[in-house]
Ligand binder design. Structure first.
Ligand SMILES: CC(=O)N[C@H]1[C@@H](OP(=O)(O)OP(=O)(O)OC[C@H]2O[C@@H](n3ccc(=O)[nH]c3=O)[C@H](O)[C@@H]2O)O[C@H](CO)[C@@H](O)[C@@H]1O
Length: 502
């Protein structure tokens, strides 16, 4: 730990002496805590960080759109446009890799979930399913199931390790939650939590913001902080020790996420890709999803906050959006590629500017909750490594099967607890019907097949199938064929036993 004198000098050099302006007022404990926090900061790089943030916020964002082109078809695989044999071969390849312990999953869970408006990590959210399961539980159970499917097919006893990137905001509650729930039946040593770095928020004139008299306002360094965090926490070494060659990286809030999706993994492995992204067709030009495209001939994602509206609105001859490859934050990486990124490219990753309302303490020591944006947070994005890939592929999937994110609180038009719940129940109703079941409403009337859920509508049937019973609709026919099922219907392991006993 640095001494107060050393910290003082560094802050002076960085033009940030105001950080210690309330030092005389702090208690002994507060001083010790603050000094520790300041010692852990990159004080040498502080001036560059502050100047860079102020400059980036002041300059208009670089307009990429002149150079933008869609991804060429030869780089795109698709679940909808491929025949059953091809899909089956990708799935087999993925399952084989999983059975050989070569696949891991990595959850990006360091975000603050501001839009959803909860004070706890988003993964702990319960969207109101009949089972009451949280996003974390659903994800854990899908890991269980995919391991089981691989073991059944190959006679293995495999593990899909679950790496979870948290931040100062999410680590403690996430750890506690997993402990309280006994890691949802997973082996704790196969659930590896690690923390991303935090960086100071800065005012428009390049000054570090004090959140309180003895604390700097810090924010996670964006989900692209992953690459530094992999090194800081020796995650790549852990992957190597376990023999994990392929990683499925995903964001926390998509209730339909297919953990270690064997079809996606199999597709990427068959193509010899080092990096891949799953996409869905964008619904409308202003949908808040990034667009996978090429800029100056190089694959990358142009984030929804950075694309020009005129570009987003462009349509092809058939009326389809030209930039329709909507990023769903589900990425494939080889360990070798991640290693190269960590060694060579991490420092080159672009910094994105987010202008936010950051609570602060003013010069007189008053706590202020600003009503308009006052601070700059710099973030790196997880997909900004795509340009460094030598063999990048895109995998197009069906929205109804794979993407329904939880971003906003109920009341918003889309991506809410209600729409997430509706998407999952509609998918499970489709599975039950495809397996040959009829679903009945409370009055005993047969419910019509669920319309394609657009996110806004409610499904007609409350049918939930535990991931411990089925991962993607498989294995249901022997249980449900010819059955008439009153809803709400919850197919969990207990119910399976009852059905088998009939
Ligand atoms: C930068 C990025 O990936 N943007 C994608 C993200 O946008 P979106 O703006 O929705 O991204 P979020 O803020 O939800 O973050 C995505 C994920 O990254 C995690 N996180 C975020 C910040 C951080 O410092 N640390 C961290 O781990 C979050 O916990 C979350 O799991 O998802 C959309 C799909 O739903 C995509 O269309 C966007 O292109």
């Amino acid at each position: 730990m640095l001494s107060l004198q050393e910290v003082k000098l560094c802050l002076e050099d960085a033009g940030q002496s105001h950080v210690l302006q309330f030092w005389p007022e702090l208690s002994k404990e507060e001083r010790a805590r603050f000094l520790l926090e300041l010692s852990q900061l990159d004080l040498k790089g502080l001036q560059d960080h502050c100047d860079g943030a102020a400059k980036a916020a002041a300059s208009p964002s670089t307009k990429l759109d002149g150079n933008i082109e869609p991804v060429l078809p030869e780089f795109i695989g698709s679940t909808q446009k491929s025949d059953t044999n091809t899909l089956a071969s990708w799935e087999s390849e993925g399952i084989l890799q999983i059975s050989q312990n070569r696949v891991g999953v990595l959850l990006l869970a360091g975000g603050q979930g501001t839009r959803l408006g909860v004070q706890y990590p988003k993964g702990m959210y319960d969207v109101g399913l009949p089972s009451g399961k949280t996003l974390y539980q659903i994800q854990a159970e899908r890991i269980h199931k995919i391991q089981e499917l691989a073991d059944l097919k190959h006679g293995s006893k495999c593990t899909v390790p679950w790496y979870i990137m948290t931040s100062e905001f999410t680590l403690d509650p996430t750890e506690k939650f997993f402990k309280e729930h006994h890691y949802f039946g997973l082996e704790p040593s196969n659930v590896i939590m690690f923390e991303q770095r935090m960086i100071p928020a800065v005012t428009f004139d390049g000054k570090v913001i004090l959140q309180s008299k003895g604390k700097i306002a810090m924010a996670p360094d964006g989900n692209g902080g992953l690459y530094r965090a992999l090194v800081d926490n020796k995650v790549l070494e852990d992957m190597e020790r376990r023999g994990v060659e392929y990683l499925h990286v995903y964001c926390v809030d998509n209730i339909l996420v297919k953990m270690a999706d064997p079809v996606f993994i199999g597709f990427c492995v068959s193509k010899g890709a080092d990096c891949g992204a799953k996409v869905v067709e964008k619904r409308h030009p202003s949908e808040p999803v990034g667009v996978v495209c090429r800029v100056g001939g190089v694959h990358q994602v142009v984030e929804y906050s950075e694309i020009q509206p005129e570009t987003a609105k462009l349509r092809g001859p058939g009326g389809e959006l030209v930039y329709s490859a909507g990023n769903i934050c589900n990425h494939f990486f080889t360990r070798a590629f991640l290693h190269e990124v960590a060694q060579k490219f991490e420092v080159q990753l672009k910094q994105h500017v987010a202008i936010k309302k950051v609570p602060f303490v003013d010069g007189c020591g008053n706590q202020v909750k600003p009503d308009k944006p006052n601070g700059i947070k710099m973030e790196k994005f997880v997909f900004d490594v795509f340009p460094f890939s030598r063999n990048f592929v895109v995998f197009e999937v069906v929205r109804e099967d794979e993407f329904s994110p939880l971003k906003n609180a109920d009341g918003a038009a889309m991506d809410t607890p209600t729409t997430a719940r509706a998407s999952l129940l509609a998918q499970h109703s489709r599975w039950a019907r495809a397996a040959g079941a009829a679903l009945l409403d409370q009055h005993g009337n047969t419910l019509p097949p669920t319309a394609r859920v657009t996110g806004e509508s409610s499904p007609s049937a409350q049918c939930e199938i535990s991931p411990l019973v089925s991962y993607f609709g498989e294995g249901l026919e022997r249980l449900l064929k010819g059955k008439t099922l009153p809803t709400p219907f919850l197919l969990d392991e207990k119910r399976v036993k009852e059905l088998q006993a009939l």
